[in-house]
Design a protein around this ligand. Structure first.
Ligand SMILES: [Zn+2]
Length: 86
């Protein structure tokens, strides 16, 4: 099991990331609103999908809040459901 051991070692070498409280929204006490679509656009990828938590680095609470507001904004046609890839 040479491969498995290699993988394990690599994981250990990676520097430890602080596991909590690096959510930007908690830090700066930002409120999301579907009306401010420009802000929400930062949490979409280039095809218009909502970025996963591992990409946004938000806490569960704020990821839910962002996703909820994005979905509302989509219904109001302020944000796209899908965009053409360039
Ligand atoms: Zn948060």
């Amino acid at each position: 099991m040479q491969r498995g051991e290699d993988r394990k070692r690599r994981r250990k070498d990676r520097p430890m990331r602080s596991n909590r409280r690096d959510c930007k929204v908690c830090e700066h006490d930002i409120k999301f609103s579907y009306r401010r679509a420009d802000e929400l656009r930062r949490y979409l990828n280039k095809v218009g999908k909502i970025l996963p938590r591992r990409a946004t680095r938000l806490c569960a609470k704020h990821q839910r809040a962002v996703a909820g507001q994005i979905k509302r904004a989509r219904k109001m046609a302020l944000l796209p459901y899908a965009m053409a890839e360039q």
